[in-house]
Design a protein around this ligand. Structure first.
Ligand code: PAF
Length: 291
């Protein structure tokens, strides 16, 4: 496995692979790799001859400097995980390489970036789409994969890739969960024991909504009330949002649900009452089947 730090070296490597007729796949990450990332590696590998994993904690997508500082950084473990997973190249650019001067150039997707996480995290998605553009231009992949847990991010990247004509196939990776249902996230390490238990209310709410729909309920407001009640049991957390939306356009779902509907949830956890854990925001998503 090669570890590359500069953009020029990665571009040269990718150009050589492409010239040799090999397909290049990219898994963009911010490190602290878990089974969810490794399943994206597998997803990409099924569509490419070479797999690149980028590890870069992108400062422009954090609107809270403390969140950026506290983001887990475990490079040696990450490199080992990539080696074991048979990754061909790990790209670990420095901040100055991707943001070389003080006159920033942004890539922004209007509309899709505004609801849900866009509401309380101003500039977050602009940071994501800008850095993903830079990662794409450096790795020049044929295919790239992003997790469905961050559904809004995936929708934005699909739209951006299409609109800018990158010619890159975007794959969505199924959410990987702990045995008890909690979606894997690099941020889970910040939960204290109480927060960790209460975080289960998120996946339980997603299942509850599907169950109620399977039982015949179609009213968005009735379902929302049930979901909010379940989420309210997480007393360590504040509901950032819980919304039913169209999975493709992210527009608010109609009052009477008629087709596949996204249930998007974000909870902001405070540290446990005894001080264990830290502030942590968890998100989860599920496309509900409505027949
Ligand atoms: O999902 C993430 O880890 C990040 O938002 C991404 C796509 C790697 C961009 O920094």
């Amino acid at each position: 496995m090669q570890v590359i730090t500069t953009r020029a070296e990665l571009q040269a490597w990718s150009d050589a692979e492409r010239a040799a007729g090999r397909r290049v796949g990219l898994v963009p990450t911010m490190g602290a790799l878990h089974a969810g990332h490794l399943s994206l590696v597998e997803t990409v590998r099924a569509h490419a001859d070479r797999v690149v994993v980028s590890i870069f904690v992108n400062p422009t997508q954090f609107n809270d400097p403390a969140d950026f500082e506290g983001y887990p950084r475990v490079m040696e473990d990450d490199l080992e995980a990539c080696r074991e997973a048979g990754v061909d190249v790990v790209w670990t650019p420095r901040v100055e390489e991707l943001y070389p001067d003080g006159a920033p150039v942004w890539v922004e997707v209007e509309g899709l970036s505004e609801p849900l996480c866009g509401q309380n995290r101003p500039g977050h998605f602009r940071g994501v789409t800008t850095v993903v553009t830079k990662l794409f231009l450096a790795a020049r992949p044929h295919v790239a994969a992003f997790g469905e847990k961050d559904w809004q991010q995936l929708a934005l990247i699909r739209r951006m890739t299409d609109a800018l004509g990158f010619g890159i196939e975007i794959l969505g990776g199924k959410t990987v969960r702990e045995p008890d249902g909690l979606a894997l996230s690099s941020r889970n390490v910040h939960l204290g024991p109480v927060g960790r238990k209460q975080a289960l209310r998120i996946s339980e709410s997603l299942s509850l909504a599907q169950q109620r729909i399977d039982d015949g309920e179609r009213s968005r407001s009735v379902l929302l009330e049930a979901v909010r009640k379940k989420l309210g049991e997480a007393t360590q957390a504040r509901i950032d949002y819980a919304e039913f939306r169209d999975p493709a356009t992210l527009e608010l779902a109609p009052e009477r649900l008629e087709g596949p509907t996204l249930l998007a949830i974000a909870l902001q956890f405070a540290p446990d009452p005894d001080g264990q854990g830290a502030d942590v925001r968890l998100i989860d998503n599920r496309v509900l089947e409505v027949r």
